[in-house]
Design a protein around this ligand. Structure first.
Ligand code: ADP
Length: 627
C-alpha cells in the first residue's frame, strides 16, 4: 500500500519523463534565434545610426588632434567688396595671391572654386593656367562635379594639376543628411586634388597604394574615400582674407612649409560655399574651403579613419547576439540587464580602442542592435517558460496538500475503524470469560463477534483492493454472466442488514441477456451500492433496485429514500477516502473507499457510474455496463 502510493506521488510530481537532450533545447533555441537575428540585422544598413555614432565620437574627440600644417586664404565678403565681384575671384587678384604665397615657399598651393568655362571666359582661363603652371606645386581643384570628365578650354594646359576637388557629402549614404564626413582620394579612377597633393598622384602606384592603406581609405561606389579626422577647425587653421594677401598685409612666414588653400567663402551664396560637418550638423557654418583643408590635412597627416572589415562586424554581431539571447534566457532579469549594459560598455571600449590604435572605427550599431533585439526576443519565451514552471509548482503543491489531507484522513480512519471493531471483539471475549452467562447470551455475543469480524474483513478487503488498484495489479477475469443473478446474490447477503433497520428492498429486475464481466468485481460494486443505501437511509424506508437493458448497455439503478447528497459533494463522494462530514455519516462506519472502488471497477469494464440526488429525498446511483 505504502509503496504503491509513494510510486504514485513520484510520477505526478516529476511530470512527464525528461529526456537528456531536452536540457539543451533552450540553448539551441536561443542560439538559433540569435543567428537569425544577427543575419537579419546584418542585412539592414543602419547608416543613419552609424553616422550618429561616428559624429558622436568625432565630437568627443576620441582622436587627439595635431596642428594642421595648413593655411586658408579666402575670398571673403571684404575681398568681394574690394574687387567689386561677389561671385568670381578676378583672375588678376588670384594670380597675385598665388604669387605672394609661392614666394614664401609653401609645400603646395591648391586653388579651389568654380574655375571653369562657366565662371570665366576662355582667355581668362588661359591667362590663369599660364601663370599657375609656372610653379610645379600649384594645383587647381574644381569643387563642382559639373567639370568632372570634361576638358575645360584653357585649363587643359595644367593637365595633371587641374583636378577634381569635390567636397564629399553624405547625400545617400550614412546619415543621408548632406553632412561632410569623408574626403575623396580618387573619383572614377582619377586622383582628386587632395589625393594628388597628399599621395603624389598615381605616378607611383606603390606609393599611392601605401597612401590609401595609411589613410584607411575604402572603395565605395566608384570612389576611394576616408573619414575626415575632424578637429576644431577654428583652432587649428591659419586664416587670411585674400585681400590682405594681395596687399602683402600678412606676417612673414605665414605660408612657408604649409599647404595653402585659396578659394571663395562669401556669405552671400551660402549654400554653395558652406557645408555641414559632424561638429555642426544643423547649420552650414564651415566653408567649403575649410572642409577641404580638413580633408587634405587628414590625408597629409595620414590620419584618415576607416571602418572595420565586414567579417569583424559579422563576428561581433553573431557573438553578441548568441551571448545575449542565452544570458537573457537563463540569468535572472537583474543579472541579464546588467550583463546587457556591460556588453554595451564592452562594445564602446572595443570601438574606442580600435579607433585609437588602428584608426578603424568598429561599427557598434549592428552588435548593439543584436544585444537589444536578442534581449527582447527572448523575453516572451522567458515569460512563457516561467509561467509553465510556476504552473507546475502550483500543481505540485496542490497535489501535496491533497495528499496530506488524504494521509491524515486515512490515519484517523485506520485508527478509528480498525480499533473499534477489535475493541468490541476483545470486550465480548473478556465478558464471555468473566461471566458465567447462559448459553443464549453466549450465542448472541458470539454472533456479534462474527458480524464485527465480517465488517473488519470487508474493511481490510477494501484497503487491499485499493492497494491493488493503485499498483495496477488488479486482474480482471471476464465471463458471461446474468447481472440479475449477481444482484440477487448480493441482496441475499445484505437482507439481514436491511432487516435489522426495518428497510424494505423492492426489486424490479427485467430479464436480461448474459453480459461479460468480472463477477467478483461487479458483485462488490452492487454490494457497495446496496450497503450504502442501507447505511445512509433512516430506518423503515424503502430501497429500490432495478435492472434494464437499453441497446448495448445494461443499467443497474439503486435508489434510496435516504438523506441525499448535496450538489457540491456529488462528485467528491467518488474520491478516495472522501466521507461526507455530516453527523449522519459520522455515526456510520466506512473507509470512504466504497464509491471510489465502485467507479474504478465499473470503468475497468468500460462503463460509467452516475449519481442523481436531492438532499432530503434520496439518491439514485446508476451503473451502466456495456454488454
Ligand atoms: P463510506 O461509505 O465508506 O463512507 P463511500 O465511498 O461508499 O464510503 O461513500 C462516500 C460518502 O458518500 C459517504 O461517506 C457518504 O457520506 C456518501 N454516500 C454514499 N452513498 C450514499 C447514499 N446512498 N446516500 C447518502 N450519502 C451517501
Amino acid at each position: 500500500m505504502k509503496a504503491a502510493s509513494s510510486e504514485n506521488v513520484d510520477l505526478r510530481a516529476a511530470g512527464p519523463p525528461r529526456r537528456d537532450w531536452k536540457r539543451y533545447t533552450p540553448t539551441a533555441i536561443a542560439t538559433g534565434l540569435a543567428v537569425v537575428i544577427a543575419a537579419t540585422l546584418l542585412q539592414l544598413p543602419f547608416d543613419g545610426l552609424l553616422a550618429a555614432v561616428f559624429d558622436g565620437a568625432e565630437r568627443l574627440s576620441v582622436l587627439r588632434a595635431r596642428d594642421l600644417p595648413m593655411a586658408v586664404v579666402s575670398y571673403d565678403d571684404a575681398s568681394g567688396r574690394r574687387f567689386g565681384d561677389p561671385e568670381r575671384i578676378p583672375v588678376a587678384a588670384l594670380v597675385a595671391t598665388v604669387e605672394a604665397i609661392v614666394r614664401e615657399g609653401p609645400e603646395a598651393v591648391l586653388v579651389l572654386g568654380p574655375i571653369d568655362d562657366r565662371a570665366y571666359r576662355p582667355e581668362e582661363l588661359e591667362t590663369l593656367a599660364a601663370a599657375l603652371t609656372r610653379h610645379r606645386n600649384v594645383y587647381v581643384g574644381f569643387t563642382d562635379d559639373g567639370a568632372l570628365g570634361r576638358s575645360v578650354p584653357g585649363m587643359a594646359s595644367m593637365a595633371g594639376r587641374y583636378l577634381p576637388a569635390i567636397v564629399s557629402k553624405d547625400t545617400y549614404s550614412y546619415g543621408a543628411d548632406s553632412v561632410t564626413r569623408r574626403v575623396f582620394l580618387a573619383i572614377e579612377g582619377f586622383p582628386t586634388a587632395y589625393g594628388a597633393i597628399a599621395c603624389g598622384g598615381l605616378e607611383s602606384l606603390s606609393r599611392w597604394n601605401r597612401c590609401l592603406e595609411e589613410n584607411r581609405a575604402e572603395s565605395r561606389g566608384a570612389s576611394w574615400q576616408t573619414f575626415i579626422d575632424w578637429r576644431d577647425v577654428r583652432a587649428s587653421l591659419a586664416r587670411f582674407p585674400l585681400v590682405d594677401v594681395v596687399d602683402g598685409a600678412f606676417p612673414a612666414q605665414s605660408f612657408a612649409g604649409r599647404y595653402v588653400l585659396v578659394g571663395r567663402s562669401l556669405s552671400v551664396p551660402r549654400d554653395r560655399d558652406f557645408v555641414l560637418t559632424p561638429l555642426a550638423k544643423s547649420r552650414p557654418t564651415t566653408s567649403v574651403l575649410e572642409a577641404a583643408a580638413q580633408g587634405l590635412g587628414t590625408l597629409v597627416l595620414r590620419q584618415g579613419v576607416g571602418t572595420s572589415p565586414n567579417y569583424v562586424i559579422w563576428f561581433l554581431t553573431v557573438v553578441f547576439a548568441i551571448v545575449t539571447t542565452n544570458v537573457a534566457l537563463k540569468a535572472t532579469p537583474q543579472r541579464a540587464t546588467l550583463l546587457a549594459v556591460l556588453a554595451f560598455v564592452l562594445l564602446v571600449l572595443l570601438s574606442s580602442v580600435s579607433l585609437l590604435l588602428f584608426r578603424r572605427w568598429v561599427d557598434v550599431v549592428h552588435p548593439a542592435m543584436a544585444i537589444v533585439v536578442g534581449y527582447y526576443f527572448v523575453l516572451p519565451y522567458r515569460l512563457f517558460d516561467e509561467y509553465q514552471k510556476r504552473w507546475h509548482y502550483q500543481e505540485k503543491s496542490e497535489f501535496m496538500a491533497e495528499l496530506e489531507e488524504l494521509k491524515s484522513n486515512f490515519l484517523s480512519l485506520i485508527s478509528h475503524d480498525l480499533k473499534t471493531p477489535i475493541a468490541r471483539i476483545q470486550g465480548a471475549a473478556e465478558r464471555l470469560i468473566a461471566e458465567k452467562a447462559p448459553p443464549e447470551r453466549v450465542e448472541k455475543t458470539l454472533r456479534s463477534v462474527v458480524r464485527t469480524t465480517e465488517e473488519l474483513t470487508e474493511y481490510i478487503e477494501a484497503i487491499l483492493d485499493l492497494a491493488r488498484v493503485e499498483s495496477g495489479a488488479l486482474p480482471i477475469h471476464k465471463a458471461s454472466k446474468d447481472l440479475n443473478k449477481t444482484v440477487e446474490a448480493v441482496l441475499d447477503e445484505k437482507a439481514p442488514m436491511a432487516h435489522e433497520k426495518g428497510i424494505a428492498i423492492d426489486t424490479d429486475l427485467e430479464p436480461l441477456f448474459a453480459a461479460r464481466y468480472d463477477e467478483k468485481l461487479i458483485r462488490r460494486v452492487v454490494a457497495n451500492l446496496v450497503e450504502n443505501a442501507i447505511k445512509y437511509s433512516p430506518p423503515d424506508t424503502k430501497i429500490r433496485i432495478a435492472t434494464r437493458e437499453e441497446g448495448d448497455v445494461l443499467r443497474l439503478a439503486v435508489t434510496d429514500e435516504g438523506r441525499g447528497i448535496a450538489p457540491d459533494e456529488q462528485e467528491r463522494v467518488f474520491e478516495k477516502f472522501y466521507r461526507s462530514r455530516t453527523a449522519n455519516t459520522e455515526s456510520v462506519r466506512g473507509a470512504g473507499l466504497g464509491l471510489y472502488l465502485v467507479r474504478y471497477f465499473v470503468e475497468l469494464h468500460g462503463g460509467t457510474v452516475t449519481l442523481e440526488s436531492n438532499v432530503g429525498t434520496g439518491s439514485t446511483f446508476t451503473v451502466s455496463l456495456p454488454t
